[in-house]
Design a protein around this ligand. Structure first.
Ligand code: CMC
Length: 387
């Protein structure tokens, strides 16, 4: 009932116009502001890509230095956040803490939440990008019962994250440059991906005029699910469940069985039907990290490698165009670095924050309407309440 276009899952509906990111799923192309992701991964770094996504152009050297300084100056969170974290159960999933913590950040910045003011929008964007790694590491430290580590502003964005994750006041080891580079690449490759579920959620929340911290918190909730950002965590849980190369055939058969809900996590993508260009870069980084850490013979990674081969050979996966996606390789890298599985989606959220905020800012600074989808009603006709 109703005269609306019905498009469940939004497979053929454009919800907005955007100048930020272009994807050609058939050709495996991903461009940010026109620049191919492979070139950004090779020649740029995460913060430079953040500047590009937010401002539309690459920074010149002076702009880059200023941007890095601004982000670096905003890395600390209000000390009251430490007490906020102590309210969470020690076993809380880090994504549950992130949803709460990021929304709560709005409470510190009431004077900067006028979304019609470009300066307020910019400072909120900078605060969010700068503070996400700090909050992410606080989630981890809380779960470990360890003291929170303050950011060290002499370190780069990715080094700082690893320092806040793995350092303690007793022992704050130097961060390996290879691992910091791999972390930077993970953030960069997750920076934006046009109108995926979480970005669309951020836009929808933003279209009501909600403040940016609330909007990003809503993006985090949408990202949490295993069909979206939660896939990187699900990949590692799946590899652990498979356990050994000898069990793979059984799980592949389950994945192909229409009556079995099991899916191979880290395979397939709504938009990429040829290959995921981010996965190619991630795979190369994955090989580097495993070689540096001497983990080439890890049994879990042997399962991952065999699964990858099967997906490229098996007619089911070929016919349905199911290739390993970015989360397949990023999960393996993060496991090798020693990041616990529950933190994987938090790290995805940290990288994606710039994409969310760039889309939010693009919408707010242009003309937009509150998002208000319609429905096809399939319930009862009007009926009388029993007398
Ligand atoms: N394992 C086995 N079969 C699969 C898989 C899989 N991972 N993915 C899709 N299929 C099958 C599915 O059963 C369906 O078969 P049929 O045509 O016989 O009904 C067909 O392929 C099409 O699947 P779909 O669910 O209609 O495709 P979609 O575009 O709605 O879903 C997806 C895309 C990513 C949700 C899905 O491929 C999936 O669940 N993958 C596993 C989760 C995952 O890795 N997600 C991360 C995506 S990349 C990061 C991000 O963007 O967040």
């Amino acid at each position: 009932k109703g005269y609306f276009t019905y498009d469940p899952g939004f497979v053929s509906t454009a919800s907005c116009e955007s100048k930020i990111t272009y994807i050609d799923g058939e050709a495996g192309v991903l461009l940010h502001r026109g620049y191919p992701i492979e070139q950004l991964a090779e020649h740029s770094d995460f913060l430079e890509t953040c500047f590009l996504l937010l401002n539309g152009e690459l920074p010149n050297p002076q702009e880059k230095e200023e941007f890095v300084n601004i982000i670096t100056n905003h890395t600390m969170v209000n000390e009251a956040m430490a007490r906020f974290f102590r309210g969470f159960h020690h076993n809380a999933h880090p994504m549950s803490m992130m949803c709460g913590a990021v929304g709560a950040m709005a409470s510190f910045y009431h004077d900067y939440l006028d979304i019609t003011n470009p300066e307020h929008r910019a400072i909120s964007a900078h605060r969010l990008i700068a503070k996400m790694p700090t909050l992410a590491a606080m989630c981890y430290k809380h779960s470990q019962g360890q003291p929170f580590m303050y950011p060290n502003n002499k370190l780069s964005y990715s080094e700082n994250f690893l320092h806040m994750m793995f350092g303690t006041p007793c022992d704050d080891p130097e961060v390996s440059p290879t691992l910091a580079r791999a972390m930077d690449k993970i953030f960069l490759l997750h920076a934006d991906h046009e109108q995926n579920a979480s970005t669309s959620t951020v836009r929808l929340a933003g279209s009501s005029g909600a403040n940016p911290f609330a909007c990003i918190a809503s993006g985090i909730t949408a990202l949490w699910g295993p069909a979206h950002g939660g896939a990187n965590e699900a990949v590692l849980n799946m590899l652990a469940e498979i356990g050994d190369v000898s069990n793979i055939d059984k799980f592949v058969a389950k994945a192909k069985d229409k009556n079995d809900p099991f899916r191979l996590m880290g395979f397939g993508h709504r938009v990429y039907k040829n290959f995921d260009p981010r996965a190619k870069v991630m795979k190369a980084t994955c090989d580097e990290v495993l070689a540096e850490l001497g983990l080439d013979n890890d049994p879990l990674l042997a399962v991952a490698k065999r699964l990858e081969e099967i997906a490229l050979e098996d007619p089911y996966f070929i016919e349905k165009k199911l290739y390993p996606n970015v989360d397949f390789y990023s999960g393996i890298i993060m496991k090798a670095i020693g990041i616990p599985t529950e933190m994987f989606t938090v790290i995805f959220a940290t990288g994606r924050t710039v994409g969310w905020i760039a889309h939010w800012a693009e919408m707010i600074s242009g003309s937009y309407k509150i998002g208000r989808p319609r429905q096809l009603y399939t319930g009862y006709d009007k009926r009388d309440f029993p007398a």
